[in-house]
Design a protein around this ligand. Sequence first.
Ligand code: ADP
Length: 372
Amino acid sequence: MNKQVAVTLAARRQEILDTWIAKIEKRTKAQWVPREALLNNIPLIIDELTEALRKSAAMTAVVAIPRRVAESHGEGRLELGFSLAELGEEYNSLRESILEALDSANVRLDNATAAALHAAVDQAHRFGVERYINLQQSRLLERQSEFIALLVHDFRGPLSNVLTGTQQLRTATAGDERATKTLDRMDRGVRRVLALVERELSAAQALSGDLHIHVSQFDAKPLIEDTVEMLRLKAEAKSLRLEVSIEEGCRASTDPLLLGQVIQNLLDNGIKYTASGQIRLDARNDGGVLALTVEDTGRGISKDMLPLIFQLYRRSENTSPGRGIGLAVTKSIVDALGGTISVTSVEGAGTRFEVRIPNKADDTALQPSAAN
Ligand code: ADP
């Protein structure tokens, strides 16, 4: 049966294309698109479908349109500015045009052939949609990253000027306790805004796979303590204990800004998803590796969710107050620093993240990571 359908499709190829284009051209957006652009991969899809049906008759193979052809169609539709609904309509119209051609050739499909035909068209549609969405998402992330980079650039200058200004005022008002306190507050505020914009920048870069890594050697203790202090108020507002234990002389040789971001994300989640009890951070040197654990007594993560939490936009629906990007960013950063991150959790009892970051030589040329 597949063979007979294949022969009919080959013979009626032009008729199918004409019917398809007549259906599609009724759409307003399609009316101003040149015919070749509109047809784009459609003849190839029909040919591949015909070929797959012909082959499957011989070997009872699965009828499938090659992924690259379907993906290229999805990509082409994104370039033309078509919506996913329009992509869906195209496949429906293709299905209708094929069925109409078979009908007019008096070919009656049996169940198996009809199923094979529909499955092949459905699968091609799915591949096209996947490609469309992935490409759209990565372009959005690139644009977001560029926009934030510009924003950070515009913020840095004036904020650095304020810091220089407060430094000068300190000298001028030396001994005036009230002035010193005000200047301290101003410094903290400005540094906080700077940290926030820097953090947004590296998050956007991590997601678009374009992290810039600057390795230096430093004492891990003050860096970790500063990060913890930024979050202490948040923990106290929920009456949570925030405990920190850092091995004496614990040094690191990595990107301090990115390391701070990893710690901040994990602690922030610990606080967010813990209703009572504590969040605990341990840091130590483990033979050339900075080993960190962040453990909480929070709600935990279900077994189903656990393998997925490092994926972008993955969050426990309705029960998560976040955007679902924190752990994806964290994982991309850890990967880019050449480290590992793992998680264990017991639902209702708590979660433990373990991060291991190897020491790098200064300015080691680490490659930007691909976000995953
Ligand atoms: P979000 O912005 O939603 O917190 P994340 O990527 O940081 O996004 O986390 C993804 C999901 O993993 C969260 O929505 C939450 O369901 C779960 N999760 C992360 N950290 C914890 C934790 N410490 N305790 C419980 N659940 C967590």
